[in-house]
Design a protein around this ligand. Sequence first.
Ligand code: ZN
Length: 333
Amino acid sequence: MIKVTSVYQRKRLQDQSLVILFIKPVFKQMIWGGNRLKADFGYDIPGEKTGECWTISAHPNGDCKVYTVGGNSPYDGKHLSQLWKEHKNLFGHLPGNKFPLLLKMIDAKEDLSIQVHPDDAYATKHECGSLGKTECWYIVDCEPETRIVVGHLAHTRAELIQMIEDKRWAELLRTRDIQPGDFFQIEPGTIHAIKAGTLILEIQQSSDITYRLYDYDRLENGKPRELHLEKSIDVITCPSKEGQDCREFSRQQLAGGVYREKLTRCVHYDVDRIVVKGSYTFLQSEPFTILGVMSGEGMIDGISIKKGDYFILPAGYGDYTLIGTLEMIKVLS
Ligand code: ZN
């Protein structure tokens, strides 16, 4: 039993909308997927080629269900998209007809295709009003000497097109080495690819628009997967901008064993890494807060949480106390 000490706790006892919304993930099998989402995160994956686990999503291609501890809130069993439409209060009445973010854990056992995403303007026009896709990656784990593709080395659009036509991929693609804990911001128009041996958390706008530029001539069910060369060339930024690749972050020590690092902040999301060894009470950032446990276990306001759990603190939730040994990612819209 938690001792009621704050005004927020008192408010939460009276208002049943102030409840932690836990999210049931949706899994995607991919030709490049593996089984680490089970082996490392304990998820109940559907098969040995599970590439993606959508941990926070209201997108029609993978709309997560919500549950609460106790299971007797009006939100239990509903889809996140439904809560977004019917219970705007939970999200601080944030404008927009779509839940804005999508979080995925990705297990790349094989290389992912070389790809690029459009921005909002291009997607609205060419993809039936979809959002564009700005995304970022937190490298949860990777094998030694793993690399990643971010950006390209063509100087002009003519050179870019020529190199794509000639399939001079090794010459065109900018790669760099990665380590666990690295962070990448991938703006729309940036050529990118996750390579084999990488486990990442991807935080992105709620969009599923990907233009595939090159797929290593692989076959899926006997056929190559579709490429989208024209659209890719339309949206690729040229020359490539230097990406925001980070290994060092500004760290705010909050107490002994408790600190917060700012991974990124852009117009679409704001991402922190929080490490707690012991206990600490945070004040929630409005309008709502997404939290995911990357490693360790412990409690939030007396509720057990462990690696792989994702949940949302609704608007007005107030303060929250984390106890245990926890590494968490906090995302704000
Ligand atoms: Zn992508």
